[in-house]
Design a protein around this ligand. Structure first.
Ligand code: ADP
Ligand code: MG
Length: 469
């Protein structure tokens, strides 16, 4: 059964394009290998960015275990949100975040010298060290002990005694979290930049490097866990104190779709088709600019029979699913156009099919007719350093940094990023899918096309998976 939802490149596409600012894309241009020369004469790498921070303090914090997040628990917290619940969560973050930052610092410190000493990785190390220091110092200041002691003194667990104090503590902690959020919004660009320098100089192109791969999986997973817990707390606090205001600037938030209810950064009843449509439009927008006004292929959404034409609603963190869909759709659009030839008046549609599984999971299958790929290529797909985008190998990182820096976090849904070239798309998408117990698999038929399947686990199984897989 064909859904009426359709991202159409012909009639509706141009009108949709007006919604986006072309300035987002014009900030980028791809440069030739001159860029590499500039990098060589750049400021020498900072030697030890963590020297200001006591290494023992970091090591001590890193010995504590990370507590895995559960989406169900995050929802429960949000559904009965109160000052007390927010303060309880604040106390949890106050314990948990220094541990998570300390672990990321140790991961960065353990990298091979050639990568760690690059300027972008020194920037990462410096930023993580600074954030750790601020969080640990706050934690050591015993600011929250006052609340605990006060509650104990009153002989109850209610924290309604000193509202002004409670509010001040929430405000100061939220300010700290927001400053940290802003500091880390370029993490992925730093990583991609550092890896591109490393790849250029240290290893032959596209050769898998297990150690770096493991690091990137573990570091990215940890980074995402931090983003989610910080984003959820800030969004819940905003929703509690300012229920009328949309929290579009809160970390990891996406403007919610009409009629959807947002609990922190989670949508318990997310309209999955609306999300697919939105990701399609963002990907088509990037395609349109990349190929210099070539109209992109259409994207069709279909339901499997058992879903019976009903609207598919599923609990997700919309920003995470958007990332995965956006990356997969960009790849499918590019493969379709390059396989059929840009001069073609129209391309075969990309079909997105939704189906439920017997264990309550939701499958989203994206099928393209972009010619597929040989198995030798399929093996490398989830390698962070693998890309076939030859014209964009030397990305203009300084321009990207400037554009990302100027935008508030998530002010756009990725329309200001390049169509391809980082080689990070599939690796990060699978990681994002696996984070809460889902998966991403890719099957390809050479000469025909590619089928990518995103599996979303049912709510009860959406528990954070820690590690480097
Ligand atoms: N649907 C697809 N059809 C054909 N090739 C694909 C498809 N998706 C990904 N690829 C190949 O995998 C490579 C890696 O993809 P990705 O990780 O998204 O990085 P990037 O898009 O930056 O190159 C692409 O460069 C392309 O060669
Ligand atoms: Mg890609």
């Amino acid at each position: 059964m064909r859904s009426s939802l359709r991202s159409n490149s012909n009639a509706n596409f141009l009108s949709h394009m007006r919604m986006f600012s072309t300035a987002n894309v014009s900030a980028f241009h791809y440069v030739n290998s001159d860029y590499v020369e500039q990098e060589e004469s750049a400021t020498p790498a900072v030697k030890t960015s963590s020297s200001a921070v006591d290494l023992q303090r970091i090591k001590l914090a890193a010995t504590r275990r990370e507590t895995p997040l559960s989406i169900l628990q995050c929802l429960k917290l949000g559904e009965s949100v109160s000052t007390k619940a927010l303060l309880k969560n604040l106390a949890f973050l106050n314990r948990e975040l220094p541990v998570r930052f300390a672990r990321r610092i140790l991961e960065l410190s353990g990298l091979p010298n050639d990568l760690r000493e690059t300027e972008p990785f020194q920037n990462l190390l410096r930023n993580y060290s600074l954030s750790f220091d601020e969080l640990q110092t706050y934690s050591d200041s015993n600011r929250l002990m006052f609340l605990d002691a006060d509650a104990q003194r009153r002989g109850d667990s209610e924290l309604d005694g000193d509202e002004a104090m409670e509010f001040a503590i929430q405000k100061e902690y939220a300010d700290l979290l927001q400053a940290i959020t802003n500091r880390h919004k370029q993490d992925v660009i730093f990583m991609a930049h550092g890896i591109s320098l490393f790849k250029r100089y240290q290893i032959s192109r596209n050769k898998p490097c297990e150690e770096i791969q493991r690091f990137l999986n573990s570091f990215n997973r940890g980074r995402l866990g931090i983003r989610i817990m910080v984003g959820h707390h800030l969004a819940l606090q905003h929703q509690f104190y300012h229920p009328e205001e949309p929290s579009s600037s809160a970390y990891l938030s996406m403007p919610s779709s009409a009629h959807s209810r947002r609990v922190g950064i989670i949508e318990p009843q997310c309209d999955i088709e609306a999300l697919i449509l939105r990701a399609s439009q963002s990907a088509q927008f990037v395609f349109f600019h990349h190929y210099n006004t070539v109209f992109p292929p259409n994207v069709h959404i279909e339901h499997s029979k058992e879903l019976g034409g009903k609207k598919v609603r599923f609990p997700v963190v919309p920003a995470l699913l958007h990332h995965i869909l956006f990356e997969l759709l960009k790849n499918s659009l590019r493969a379709t156009a390059e396989f059929h030839g840009l001069e073609k008046p129209s391309f075969p549609d990309i079909v997105v099919k939704l189906s439920s599984t017997s264990d309550g999971a939701l499958n989203i299958v994206i099928k393209d007719y972009g010619g597929g790929m040989p198995s030798s290529k399929e093996e490398k797909l989830f390698n962070y350093m693998f890309t076939t985008a030859s014209s964009t190998v030397y990305l203009d990182f300084p321009s990207i940094m400037t554009a990302v820096e100027k935008k508030p976090v998530n002010a756009t849904m990725g329309e200001n990023l390049p169509l391809c070239g980082f080689g990070f798309g599939l690796a990060t998408s699978r990681l994002y899918a696996r984070l809460f117990n889902g998966d991403l698999t890719i099957k390809s038929i050479i000469g025909n096309g590619t089928e990518a399947t995103i599996r979303l686990a049912r709510l009860e199984d959406q528990i954070e998976q820690l590690g480097d897989k």
